[in-house]
Design a protein around this ligand. Structure first.
Ligand SMILES: [Zn+2]
Length: 207
């Protein structure tokens, strides 16, 4: 009986501490209706050619989510919107990616864990005010040097859009990933633990 009460008390206390550090996971789709969702791994339109996620959801650690919502708010004032391709990715999905492409240039080794497995990384792009995707240097998940942030061979319009996105993300503390124009890490991303809970459909969501 004493054992049960101890665990019960520990259970109760774990929640406020967890929330206070803003490391709990939140669903961007429940907090914002203006970000454009194009969760590629919930469709066959990704490098695997298969539907990997059972739900097109963007879950992030609360601190990263707040920052992303701030980016969206600032971009909206300038006539743009964020497009989100990928957020939290379960570790078991990372293992599947690794089976398909065991090359660290393109896919993070699951024994180390991807930044996305920690829930503090986002893959994003830029749309106009109507949600139409704007030209960017490459397609998403283009595994070539053309996706590098230093690559200057893209059209001036694409380079400008990429710079607008990067500036907006950096202003909210996100760190741009050098070899992928779409990838950004929230501050302290490496302090979050790797997670592996499944990405399920939201409760009450029928589509
Ligand atoms: Zn990424």
């Amino acid at each position: 009986m004493k054992r049960i009460s101890f665990f019960f008390v520990a259970f109760l206390f774990s929640f406020p501490i967890f929330a206070a550090q803003n490391i709990d996971f939140v669903d961007i789709g429940e907090l914002d209706r203006t970000i454009v969702f194009d969760i590629r791994y919930a469709t066959p339109n990704n490098f695997t050619g298969k539907i990997i996620y059972p739900a097109a959801r963007c879950l992030l650690r609360r601190d990263a989510a707040i920052r992303l919502l701030n980016v969206q708010e600032k971009l909206e004032k300038k006539g743009y919107r964020l497009i989100v391709f990928d957020c939290y990715r379960p570790l078991s999905v990372q293992k599947r990616f690794w089976e398909i492409m065991p090359d660290e240039r393109y896919v993070a080794d699951p024994s180390k864990g991807s930044r996305h497995n920690r829930g503090a990384a986002v893959d994003v792009s830029l749309a106009d005010a109507e949600g139409k995707p704007l030209p960017m240097p490459t397609e998403y998940d283009d595994f070539s040097e053309k996706a590098n942030r230093g690559y200057k061979g893209a059209s001036p319009e694409a380079l400008k859009n990429s710079a607008i996105l990067e500036t907006a993300m950096k202003e909210e503390g996100f760190e741009p990933f050098p070899t992928e124009w779409w990838h950004f890490d929230a501050p302290g991303w490496d302090q979050y633990p790797v997670s592996d809970f499944p990405l399920k459909r939201a409760a009450g969501c029928e589509d």
